[in-house]
Design a protein around this ligand. Structure first.
Ligand code: GDP
Length: 301
């Protein structure tokens, strides 16, 4: 079995490659939930929904959020009613979110996601990292901001001084899934707000230490491919490079995959981990995604 730790953008791109070369029944995806909250009256679990849509071949690949070719009738009508939404939620996507909100009246988040995955014909196991509500704050030069306010309202512009999130318990199955895996792939998602929340769950680091772990860097050169990862790493005093990412995962990491533009980091990385794979990691075509997945899983599947 292969397990992938995922956030919302980089890792779903990689999942598109992985699902072409592994039996999807043997794939588990543990997904960040730290930014989950209620918006517009529905529960929003953005990274989980992105993974659901990716595995169901419905994802909007322009934003890595929401459903391809969705309409925005409700979103636009709400704005006309002087009720503008912070998040731009499509109509089909909203149905998923309403379904999840209704399911959660009688089920945990993990059970609800399981039911939704079944409805979408997904045979991989998608596990939200926790059933508990967490709290994440971005501490900036203009004060303490909610994650989505920082991301959307403020367009990631304020200077970031710190990122803090609450501790939650892992969802049932998270630890056993990692322990029973032939390999765990840490996808190229935001190391601070997507991966750190997962690896900070009680028992996860110990489970990873006993498992073969491959990480793909979301940083090329001294910047993230997209999103605010570099700002967050900087704020936490972590070097913004693939070396900084490797140091963050050092205690359980076996292999680091970096972009060919970072070949010069090979020696520095060699001092931290056993093996470095250097390849094209810019996943702008299905060929690159499949090729990257093959290189990661070479000798494993
Ligand atoms: P976000 O920072 O809130 O958008 O968090 P996500 O967990 O969604 O992850 C986004 C991360 O994916 C960013 O740090 C990007 O650098 C990374 N990413 C996006 N596309 C690619 C890609 O094609 N290749 C690599 N290596 N990283 C990518």
């Amino acid at each position: 079995m292969i397990t992938v730790l995922s956030g919302g953008t980089g890792t779903p791109k990689l999942l598109q490659g992985i699902k072409e070369i592994v039996d999807t029944k043997d794939l588990s995806i543990i997904v960040n939930t730290v930014e989950n909250n209620y918006f517009s009256g529905v529960y929003i679990s953005a990274d989980v929904d992105t993974v659901l849509y990716t595995m169901a071949d419905m994802i909007n690949e322009e934003f890595w959020y929401g459903v391809r070719n969705d309409t925005f009738i409700t979103h636009e009508r709400l704005a006309e009613l002087s009720c503008p939404e912070l998040l731009r939620i499509g109509d089909i996507d909203r149905a998923t979110k309403i379904q999840k909100t209704l399911l959660m009246q009688n089920h945990s988040l993990a059970e609800s996601v399981d039911i939704q995955a079944n409805h979408m014909g997904i045979d991989s196991k998608i596990i939200p990292m926790s059933n508990e509500q967490s709290d994440i704050k971005i501490i900036t030069d203009i004060g303490e901001l909610e994650f989505h306010d920082f991301l959307i309202k403020h367009q990631c512009e304020p200077e970031v001084k710190d990122v803090v999130f609450s501790n939650v318990s892992p969802a049932p199955g998270v630890i056993d899934t990692i322990k029973n895996s032939d390999a765990v792939i840490i996808g190229p998602s935001n190391p601070i707000t997507s991966i750190l929340p997962i690896i900070s769950l009680e028992g996860v680091k110990d489970a990873l230490k006993d498992t073969y772990v491959v990480a793909v860097s979301p940083i090329i050169g001294n910047d993230s491919v997209s999103g605010p990862a570099s700002k967050f790493m900087n704020a936490l005093g972590i070097e913004v490079s693939s070396v900084g990412v490797a140091k963050l995962y050092e205690e359980f990491l076996d292999v680091m995959v970096i972009d060919e533009k970072d070949e010069n980091l090979k020696d520095a990385l060699g001092e931290i981990i056993n093996k470095v794979i250097i390849t094209n990691t810019i996943m702008n075509s299905s060929d690159v995604k499949i090729d990257l997945a093959k290189k990661i899983l070479d000798g494993i599947v």
